[in-house]
Write a protein that binds this ligand. Structure first.
Ligand code: MN
Ligand code: MN
Length: 482
């Protein structure tokens, strides 16, 4: 029988506040870690930029990572401790360390996504109306459209010219660059618009970026502002209107990651979802990659999560299976001789994964959509979600209790990890999904875990520095101690 005085400590579950649990040293570590993270965010506003950053990191240090594709082509033998990388169409990526046991014991995977909600340019974006030049956009992922008007926006992407050459475009990030803005109605004339539901107030087809207004009066064409815009683009990049067809150009907030709050306890930035989990898992993987694990480890960065993980860079593509097959074939000609290298289905069923994605943090200004007992809270550490989905767990990968137990045990065993359990909001209010179910479909034991956010999917999202750091610590424990 638990004594009355111990009831609170021994029987009740209570979330811990990171700031109340940690030492001075850890406060410094938290701040340093988020400084590195802000740098990453400022350099990586698209999935392609994330892949480039991670690729450079792979190549930068001694004893660097080698390309799995070229290792496979050269029929290279693999050894425990070998580090490899695989890039899928420049937009998704897997980092790999080979474990002592090869693949026979399964793989330890952390998988995040590096795409984020944004506005994409349409294939033919440029038009002129009333002597104003605009770029038409097609929004990508679950944005709240009213949040994207009247804020400074930047353009990032690539265009292929007819000769096959690639042009990289970034406008709006340097202080001397122009930025772009989608105008909105003035309140004086918004009486009718104000009556509309938020969802309808800004129609998708009105998300047009103001691009210019100076007419080229020396041209024959009637669209003289469009002429100026195309000439400026042609002078700088050598591109024509038709080249926009062969392009992926993303419109993102022209805002830098910054500290938020008088105590600087938050990072405000575009793209926390899900670059916060990409960065924390990358750092955890990278720092543990010099210790040889029993198991082979992957750090997976997927694309297209915000539009359902479709496409050949999304998590519904067989990237994990394919990489495992290539490694398995190489292990068969290597010294790590294990019987089960070649049975990919067995390997995947032995594998474990954290689906590293953000969740909603309880927002006291919008209490009605949260269920207080089962919400994630800011500063209470990495949030694990047994399931996501909507309308009665619809579309969820509901993790097995056995696997949840192995993860909560792991976190509890390392004293300084603060974690919490969470659901994403009230039942029947909404919901969401992650890449977890696509890993589960190929037999992997998978659990969602990540940083709770305020204003998720907004142009400027908020994450607690304490939670970012705890997520990194938890991912490190997963790689090193599970
Ligand atoms: Mn996400
Ligand atoms: Mn999302």
């Amino acid at each position: 029988m638990v004594e009355n005085k111990d009831v609170k400590n021994l029987l009740f579950y209570e979330r811990k506040n990171v700031w109340k649990e940690i030492s001075e040293d850890q406060v410094t570590a938290i701040n340093q870690f988020s400084d590195g993270y802000k740098e990453f965010l400022n350099q990586c506003k698209t999935e392609r930029e994330c892949v480039k950053y991670i690729h450079n990191l792979c190549l930068s240090k001694e004893n660097s990572f080698i390309s799995l594709k070229s290792a496979y082509k050269n029929k290279q033998q693999l050894h425990p401790g070998d580090k490899l990388y695989y890039i899928e169409n420049n937009k998704a990526m897997i980092l790999i360390t080979i474990g002592k046991e090869g693949l026979s014991q399964g793989i330890k995977i952390i998988g995040s996504h590096i795409d984020a909600p944004r506005l994409d340019l349409k294939p033919l974006p440029i038009f002129e109306d009333t002597e104003l030049g605009f770029l038409k956009t097609h929004y990508y992922g679950g944005i709240r459209k009213y949040q994207w008007v009247t804020i400074p926006l930047a353009i990032h992407g690539i265009i292929y010219k007819n000769d096959g050459s690639e042009v990289e475009i970034t406008i709006g990030e340097n202080d001397t660059d122009p930025v772009f803005v989608i105008p909105d109605l003035l309140p004086h004339l918004a009486a009718e618009q104000n009556k509309l539901p938020l969802k309808e107030a800004i129609p998708g087809e009105s998300l047009n970026l103001l691009m210019g207004s100076v007419p080229n009066i020396d041209t024959e064409v009637s669209d003289k502002v469009k002429a100026t815009i195309l000439q400026l683009l042609n002078n700088k990049y050598g591109i024509t209107e038709k080249d926009f067809i062969n392009a992926e150009i993303e419109v993102v907030p022209a805002l830098k990651a910054r500290d938020v709050g008088i105590d600087k306890s938050f990072v405000g930035a575009y793209g926390h979802d899900d670059r916060v989990c990409a960065y924390t898992s990358l750092m955890a993987f990278y720092e543990s990659s010099n210790t040889i694990n029993d198991k082979t480890c992957y750090c997976y960065f997927s694309d297209k999560e915000e539009i359902g993980s479709n496409g050949n860079t999304g998590a519904q593509c067989d990237t994990i299976t394919y990489v495992t097959e290539l490694i398995s074939e190489l292990l068969d000609i290597s010294e790590i001789k294990e019987k089960q290298h070649h049975n990919i289905k067995n390997i995947l069923r032995e594998s474990v994964m954290l689906s590293a994605d953000v969740t909603a943090a309880f927002d006291p200004n919008h209490k009605a959509v949260f269920e207080a007992n089962n919400s994630a809270y800011v500063n209470r550490g990495i949030a694990i979600c047994k399931y996501t989905g909507s309308g009665g767990k619809g579309g969820a990968s509901d993790a097995n209790a056995e696997f949840v137990n192995s993860i909560t045990k792991l976190f509890d065993q390392s004293d300084d990890i603060v974690w919490q359990i969470a659901e994403l909001g009230k039942i029947d209010v909404g919901g969401g999904g992650t890449i977890a179910k696509f890993a589960a479909q190929i037999g992997i034991n998978v659990l969602d875990a990540g940083v709770p956010l305020l204003s998720m999917h907004a142009p400027y999202e908020l994450a607690s520095k304490a939670d970012i750091y705890m997520t990194y610590k938890a991912f490190k424990a997963f790689y090193e101690n599970l």
